[in-house]
Design a protein around this ligand. Structure first.
Ligand code: CMC
Length: 427
């Protein structure tokens, strides 16, 4: 296959190199295009645009394949742990036992947050959406940890990563406790990362919290499945903000805001709200399918469709099985699950969804699991953020290490042509 593309324009020919990724993906290098021809490429939503090279995550949307650092998501979800996956994403290899022990100890060094930050938390109304609170508190971390990261120092980058990995679950738990009017909780070094997060969320003052291994396993699996997903909206935001050399905490805070939207991570909350609405409306799934197909109705089937997956989302496949197991093991009989199954079946048999290759995505089932684990609906996207954090960090780190230039897209101006200013009395 040719390793170049010839572009003919205005009587001239331009040769554009074709690069090949390690999984045989091809990309046309258009970096010389504007200089040579004056043209730019137009690609709203970046549907055909690669913004970087990356060694972290591979995704094949046609085949429904996902791997982190070469390891298939199915194997990681079954055999690995969230902490190990964090290490894998950030450092590039699976840790040895001593490396893993050190990583855990280094994260634990930072699993507290300055008490002064509670004053900021207190200033939010308890009705505030936890994602807004989380984005603000994460950004505020910069003020409490002002030391700049020397991106040429592996040690400095590692320190920044473990600092944020330690503090983030504490902040995320504060967001939930705030909505419930509970006092903030403190980390317990004797517990694993996910168990500690669980007790940060749920432990009441003066109460022993019984840790259910089914719940801990479910959270661990969900976090692994959410840990990275290459250049999605929030990750691209983290990279774009970081490309101006803004700090790690500020960049991640922007990623949290991007994740919040219902077309991205916010879909997990939207799915449950949609399923509840269908239940309260009498449970007629076909009515809602028709609504989603109606081009005059802005409603979309939440938890369906994906920018890259045009085949089943492999994460949804794993979550669907996990969801059935967890509900069974916890003895939960949730009518929402039946509605979800009915909706999925009807959509998968419907020509509109088949033609457009719209399958359930990761958010379709994750909300049902979070609901079974007693996580409040508004916290679902915060849970996504806790899972996605190592991916954001790994991508930010890679972006800085590879000296990515500042992100600055072009545009095609379609506004007024040049015109003279008219004084107000003459308008
Ligand atoms: N319900 C009904 N129609 C849909 C849906 C949906 N969920 N998703 C896409 N379509 C239709 C869309 O109307 C369009 O139809 P037409 O060709 O007739 O104009 C066609 O399918 C292609 O859609 P698109 O908007 O061009 O596709 P996109 O790649 O820009 O959007 C998406 C991808 C995920 C934003 C979209 O599928 C969607 O809005 N889904 C619902 C929200 C959701 O579940 N988001 C979570 C995504 S996965 C996890 C994550 O990223 O956090």
């Amino acid at each position: 296959m040719s390793d170049k593309v010839i572009l003919k324009y205005d009587g001239k020919e331009l040769e554009l190199a074709v690069s090949t990724g390690s999984m045989d993906e091809k990309a046309i290098d258009v970096s010389s295009l504007r200089g040579a021809t004056g043209l730019i490429t137009m690609d709203p939503g970046y549907k055909n645009t690669g913004a970087c090279e990356s060694k972290i995550t591979f995704l094949d949307g046609e085949e429904g394949k996902l791997s982190y650092r070469g390891y298939p998501i199915e194997q990681l979800a079954e055999k690995s742990s969230f902490v190990e996956v964090m290490y894998l994403l950030i450092k590039g290899h699976l840790p040895t036992q001593p490396e893993l022990d050190k990583f855990v100890a280094d994260i634990n060094e930072h699993n507290y947050v300055s008490e002064d930050l509670i004053k900021i938390l207190d200033a939010f109304p308890s009705s505030a959406h936890p994602m807004g609170v989380l984005a603000s508190l994460t950004s505020a971390l910069s003020a409490f940890n002002p030391k700049c990261v020397n991106v040429n120092s592996e040690e400095d980058l590692y320190r920044a990563a473990v600092t944020l990995l330690g503090k983030f679950p504490v902040l995320a738990s504060w967001c939930q406790r705030k909505t419930k009017g509970l006092p903030v909780n403190y980390s317990n070094d004797q517990l694993g990362y996910v168990e500690n997060f669980y007790q940060l969320l749920f432990k009441k003052p003066g109460q022993e919290l019984a840790m259910n291994p089914v719940v801990v396993d479910a959270l661990d699996k969900l976090f692994i499945l959410h840990a990275d997903h290459e250049q999605n909206c929030s990750t691209s935001t983290v990279r774009l903000v970081g490309s101006s050399h803004a700090g790690l905490f500020a960049s991640i805070s922007s990623g949290i805001s991007a994740l919040w939207g219902p077309l991205h991570g916010g879909a997990n909350q939207a799915v449950i709200e949609m399923l509840e609405a269908i239940k309260n409306d009498g449970g007629d799934v076909q009515k809602w399918i028709d609504k989603a197909k109606d081009k005059n109705d802005p409603f979309r089937l939440m938890g369906f469709g994906h920018r890259v997956y045009k085949n089943f989302d492999p994460r949804a496949r794993i979550i669907k099985v996990a969801c059935d197991n967890i509900l069974e093991q916890l003895g939960i009989d949730d009518p929402i699950l039946e509605i979800a199954k009915g909706l999925e079946k009807a959509a998968l048999e419907d020509e509109y969804f088949v033609e457009r290759k719209l399958y359930p995505n990761v958010d379709f089932y994750s909300g049902i699991i979070y609901k079974a684990l007693d996580i409040p609906t508004e916290m679902f996207t915060v849970m996504f953020a806790v899972g996605r954090l190592p991916g954001w960090i790994a991508q930010w780190k890679e972006m800085r290490e590879t000296n990515q230039p500042i992100g600055r897209p072009r545009q095609l101006y379609t506004g007024e042509p040049d015109r003279d200013y008219v004084p107000v009395e003459n308008r």
